[in-house]
Design a protein around this ligand. Structure first.
Ligand SMILES: NC(=O)C1=CN([C@@H]2O[C@H](COP(=O)(O)OP(=O)(O)OC[C@H]3O[C@@H](n4cnc5c(N)ncnc54)[C@H](O)[C@@H]3O)[C@@H](O)[C@H]2O)C=CC1
Ligand SMILES: O=C(O)C1=NCCCC1
Length: 315
């Protein structure tokens, strides 16, 4: 008989999820996804339900990895919050199942998973696509994703300067006090991004905030926000001048306003670069358009559950 499901709370997810273990597994999973081998990964584009009354969306993100025996889904609600709202902009829960029996093995907090696997995917994009001599990192936005991106980018790389931009001085001050290392605060996007080698956009913007004319040729942009077909973070100039990479072509063609409305071509998925089937144009200006994928949640959930189980059996 199947065991009852366990609940893995936020503090335990924080304890068991580490970039050091997550990044190699994520890289492998992105490669498997892009191989389009159904025995490796089946992951449809997420189903999104509009929560009109609350100005939000619920995404359902199922994934099946047959060879790895992982069956998982995430429920994520995300909102277009008004300025000054104290409600969270993203809330997620991850459910891990036994693919043979179909029973739920674990229900876990999905917020930390979403923050860490998204930042880890951006860091993988930077490792593959930024110039090897990159010195300056700029983060646009100062919310939860900005913090996780700061953590993983400073853990993985040695930037000489990290800049952060928010629309308000309070936003940058809060960010400065939340991170463990140095950061240069900016209240002008243009000044924050001029001369930057790597730019991370992690805002809730629905109109472009980053303009191609400000971006240094050869820079790498990891564009994480604007996950609706009519939302933008990047302007047409940047989208058309850059070589555009995504996590999933189908996801980007369905959900990314930056891709759909600019008419830019998608050159490759990150997984294709990992698999060696598409080149990484480090010397050119590159955009990684991230939408987020169920397979990223699935590998994170397996990692957490496996570690949780080993440690639960010890006590
Ligand atoms: N690609 C992916 O896998 C994922 C994408 N996201 C997206 O990433 C973005 C950031 O997420 P969180 O950090 O969790 O959100 P958050 O609410 O914690 O932070 C959002 C930041 O954007 C700023 N902001 C809000 N409206 C703005 C505007 N009109 N112009 C400029 N800045 C604005 C806020 O001041 C804040 O600094 C969201 O768009 C979210 O939907 C979130 C999770 C995964
Ligand atoms: O992949 C995710 O998780 C999300 N993607 C876009 C919006 C919020 C959550």
């Amino acid at each position: 008989m199947a065991e009852p499901p366990v609940v893995i709370w936020k503090h335990e997810v924080e304890r068991w999820l580490r970039y050091k273990e997550l990044i190699p597994r994520l890289e492998e999973a992105l490669g498997k996804f892009s191989s389009r081998d159904s025995a490796e990964v089946i992951q449809p584009v997420r189903t999104t339900l509009v929560l009109q009354k609350h100005n939000g969306f619920m995404g359902l993100m199922p994934t099946y990895m047959e060879k790895d025996a992982v069956l998982c889904t995430k429920f994520v609600c995300f909102y277009k919050r008004e300025d000054g709202s104290t409600l969270p902009s993203t809330q997620a829960t991850v459910v891990l199942l036994d693919p043979e029996y179909g029973n739920v093995k674990a229900v876990m907090d999905g917020d930390i998973i979403t923050r860490m696997r998204t930042a880890a995917a951006s860091a993988i994009s930077a490792r593959l696509l930024m110039r090897p001599d990159a010195e300056v990192l700029t983060i646009l936005g100062t919310g939860n994703q900005a913090l996780s991106h700061y953590d993983v980018f400073t853990e993985m790389f040695s930037f000489k300067e990290v800049r952060v931009w928010s629309r308000t001085t309070e936003g940058v001050e809060r960010f400065r006090h939340s991170v463990s290392g140095p950061v240069m605060p900016y209240v002008s996007v243009e000044e924050a991004v001029r001369g930057a080698d790597v730019i991370v956009t992690v805002t809730r913007c629905t109109e472009p905030v980053l303009f191609g004319q400000w971006v240094k040729p050869g820079a790498h942009v990891a564009a994480v926000g604007a996950c609706r077909p009519d939302w933008r973070e990047l302007d047409d100039v940047l989208m058309k001048e850059a070589v555009v990479y995504t996590d999933s072509r189908e996801g980007a063609m369905t959900e990314s306003g930056d891709v759909i409305l600019s008419g830019a071509d998608i050159f490759a998925e990150l997984g294709e670069v990992i698999n060696g089937t598409k080149p990484a144009y480090r010397e050119k200006t590159t955009v990684f358009k991230s939408l987020g994928m169920g397979v990223e949640d699935a590998v994170s959930a397996k990692l957490i559950f496996d570690q949780w189980k080993v440690n639960a059996n010890k006590s």
